[in-house]
Design a protein around this ligand. Structure first.
Ligand SMILES: C[S@@+](CC[C@H](N)C(=O)[O-])C[C@H]1O[C@@H](n2cnc3c(N)ncnc32)[C@H](O)[C@@H]1O
Length: 399
């Protein structure tokens, strides 16, 4: 691989903190293939997120054409750079941060069909055009790194000039109207609960959009044609990819573990149960947690057998199950017996009987979301404590 620092300004303006250093040192010690050993030591969210092969599923199924020239904008720590190198004839990967790209150097040092350019994409002059340009979790950041009054349009306009006439832009992005956000999952970019679905407190900041707005945004930059796919549970850890032609049903929807990065505890209902109802009401495509989008100025005639391709995606193996068990499943019965909801125990009173909701409702080894759903539906439950305190204090209700 070749590394080009000509456009590096000396400033790593995007950084996920000290955990980046941990990820880099794990990659140095074990390599990408040694992920099982890494997860024996550390299954914290950032380590799992950057290292699991499940990340590659977002592109593993995609039928790139032969001899494809690909530009990966915002390659980050290289979670999908290797799979791009396997699928394309040549990959040019770009990222702002020198520290983050040192992870790519670790992962891809044997790849001779890769050029890595460190710098802001908007400042880089390219000498060729591409068959595919990827934005995997990157479009959202346009307001931060594109110097323009209309950063999303300027960013996409520049991308359009770098695509061949029949070239395709491939975008993976959260859906502003994704079902998890209604359930209380913090907005992935701002960290604030309900921020996206209420239209974002900061109107000029990092953000994502819903399906129609994304379609229009792309049209405004000359991408007249779009095709949407729906990775579940989302584009970061996709277990299955769906499309308008290959929709989930009540059986296939059960094949994945929903998760909410960093903070599962704010989530108040089980998204799987809601998805089943959305499917019946033709609302799934607008409320899926994430999208994978193909965008082009030419008609899109991609043919892919998703039922078959889904079977070939990376599966969660034993070493990875540890991550889900630690973060998203109820632990053993002994711990449940001693478990208390923050500093207040939820006790349901019904005239003569006192029922301890903790003990009666929570089941061992069940998903937290499912169990929270039960609590939310129990007759004793009142909305979360901070909301109740607020109402008590300011409205003198719910005493
Ligand atoms: C959320 S991370 C996603 C990284 C990677 N695509 C992945 O899926 O793991 C966003 C990345 O985009 C990079 N980025 C955002 N805007 C950029 C720009 N204008 N030029 C270069 N890199 C950019 C950031 O430095 C960051 O590493």
């Amino acid at each position: 691989m070749k590394v080009n620092y000509d456009f590096y300004t000396g400033n790593d303006s995007y950084c996920d903190g000290d955990t980046e250093k941990d990820v880099i040192s794990y990659l140095k010690e074990y390599g990408e293939e040694g992920y099982k050993k890494i997860f024996e030591k550390d299954v914290s969210w950032p380590v799992y997120y950057h290292i699991t092969p499940i990340r590659k599923n977002i592109l593993k199924w995609y039928p790139f054409k032969e001899n494809a020239e690909v530009l990966e904008i915002g390659a980050g720590m290289g979670a999908i750079t290797n799979i791009l190198c396997e699928k394309a004839s040549f990959v040019t990967a770009v990222d702002l941060s020198k520290q983050r790209t040192s992870a790519i150097i670790e992962r891809c040092k044997d790849k001779d069909n890769l050029e890595l350019i460190v710098g802001n994409f908007n400042d880089i002059k390219f000498s060729k055009k591409f068959d595919y340009i990827t934005l995997i979790g990157v479009l959202e950041y346009a307001p931060l790194y594109t110097n323009s009054n209309n950063p999303f349009k300027s960013f996409l306009d520049y991308i359009k000039t770098l695509l061949k006439d029949d070239g395709k832009l491939l975008i993976a992005i959260e859906n502003q109207m994704g079902i998890k956000y209604f359930s209380g999952a913090p907005e992935d970019h701002t960290g604030k609960i309900f921020d996206g679905i209420t239209g974002y407190e900061n109107k000029d900041g990092i953000r994502t959009f819903g399906k129609l707005e994304l379609t229009n945004l792309l049209k405004n930059s000359g991408f007249d044609n779009t095709k949407f796919y729906y990775p579940l549970p989302d584009y970061k850890l996709p277990i299955k990819i769906f499309s308008d032609e290959y929709m989930p049903n009540e059986v296939t929807i059960n094949d994945y573990t929903p998760y909410v990065a960093n903070d599962n505890l704010g989530v108040i209902f089980d998204e799987k149960k809601v998805y089943s109802e959305l499917i019946k009401n033709n609302m799934f495509q607008n409320m899926a947690n994430s999208f994978f989008i193909e965008a082009s100025s030419e008609e899109i005639d991609t043919v892919v057998d998703l039922e078959k391709e889904n079977k070939n995606l990376y599966k969660i193996d034993e070493s990875e199950q540890k991550f889900f068990d630690e973060h998203y499943f109820v632990k053993n019965q002994d711990e449940i017996q001693n478990f208390e909801f923050s500093n207040e125990r939820i006790v349901a009173t019904d005239a003569s009987v006192e029922v301890d909701v903790n003990k009666t409702l929570i089941d061992e080894n069940k998903r937290l979301q499912e169990e929270l759903n039960k609590i939310a539906n129990s007759w004793s439950w009142k909305i979360t404590k901070p909301v109740r305190d607020f109402r008590t204090k300011y409205k003198n209700i719910d005493k």
